[in-house]
Write a protein that binds this ligand. Structure first.
Ligand code: AMP
Length: 311
């Protein structure tokens, strides 16, 4: 399935069947998962390779849209058994996903193997998955200068706290939502919580705040932006991974993690997430074009630009 070329950005995460209920509709067994949402976004900006397991019940054709965008699928392993499944619902607070069920299935015995062509990637994204698997991926990376970012969720914070804290010590960036940051750091205040994580090793903490936007905390700077103002949101599932895909995809594209690049990457992440929530699953990402991305980036910029005070 792979192209044989070195990939610039490697992601490990889940490929899933999701069943989702929002106040605006319901869909069952649609494709999702942290790695899938991430790659569908990052692939607009860079060459990305996925490491994830799928079960025998997963039709590989579902991934054709990623192949068309040159995503390297050679790290996807078909295992005996069923694909990972997640069911969740949202009330009118679309920032709050309520997990109804998590069936690990093939994830339970999955041993991640980075294909040789992924081991020299300059950027690695440890999407939401078992922290033990995230650690095993870091162990295989051969590029000592690789920039590594990590996401997680309450399921892992509560079930694998020590393993998660161990991986956090080994990464450059953490991308989490407010509730996750509070749960990991045990601090209510977001800036205090972020600084606590920075003291453990990562240089940058990116806090996703759903419709309220993003905080990025670095040792000496804090950057904030709102979410792109949309009139209609259908399904927030995958928004976080799509955001991270835009962010990491852009960094990989420009090849630097300067503060200016990080700020632009955060904005582009918000732009990508704003598309993803317009429809269920990755549907909107399939029809998305570079032109639409650029137009929304410009219109977002107008919303948050302001001049010097004339006092
Ligand atoms: P988010 O971007 O945070 O909305 O992530 C949504 C995706 O996370 C869904 O497509 C789910 O399949 C996936 N997911 C849900 N629970 C887990 C879990 N415990 N581990 C890894 N991925 C998960």
């Amino acid at each position: 399935m792979g192209t044989g070329n070195l990939v610039s950005l490697a992601v490990i995460g889940t490929i899933a069947f999701d069943s989702i209920k929002t106040p605006f509709g319901e869909e069952r067994n649609i494709i999702g998962g942290s790695a899938l949402h991430f790659a569908s976004s990052a692939s607009f900006f860079t060459d990305v390779g996925i490491v994830a397991p799928i079960g025998e019940d997963f039709d590989a054709k579902e991934l054709d849209f990623l192949k068309e965008r040159n995503v390297d699928l050679s790290g996807i392993k078909v295992l005996d058994g069923k694909t990972f499944r997640w069911a969740g619902k949202y009330g009118y607070d679309l920032n709050l996903a309520i997990t109804l069920s998590t069936e690990l299935n093939v994830l339970e015995d999955f041993e991640p193997h980075l294909p040789e062509t992924y081991k020299y990637a300059n950027f690695i994204f440890l999407a939401n998955i078992d922290p033990d698997l995230q650690a095993k991926v870091i162990d295989q990376v051969k590029n000592r200068d690789a920039y590594v970012a990590l996401d997680t969720m309450n399921f892992w914070i509560e079930n694998k706290r020590e393993a998660l804290l161990d991986v956090i010590r080994r990464v450059d960036m953490i991308v989490v939502n407010e509730a996750e940051l509070r749960e990991i750091s045990m601090e209510y205040n977001l800036i205090k919580g972020a600084k606590k994580l920075i003291s453990m090793g990562p240089k940058t903490i990116v806090i996703k705040r759903g419709e309220y936007g993003v905080f990025m905390v670095n040792p000496d700077e804090v950057f904030l932006c709102p979410a792109y103002p949309l009139e209609e949101v259908f399904d927030p599932t995958g928004a976080g991974d799509t955001f991270a895909g835009g962010l990491m995809g852009y960094l990989s594209n420009v090849g630097t993690v300067s503060y200016d690049a990080l700020k632009q990457a955060v904005i582009l992440g918000c732009v990508m997430a704003s598309f993803n929530v317009e429809d269920f699953g990755p549907k909107r990402m399939k029809s998305l074009t570079h032109r639409e991305i650029k137009e929304r980036y410009s219109s977002f910029r107008k919303c948050i630009e302001f001049g010097d005070l004339k006092l």
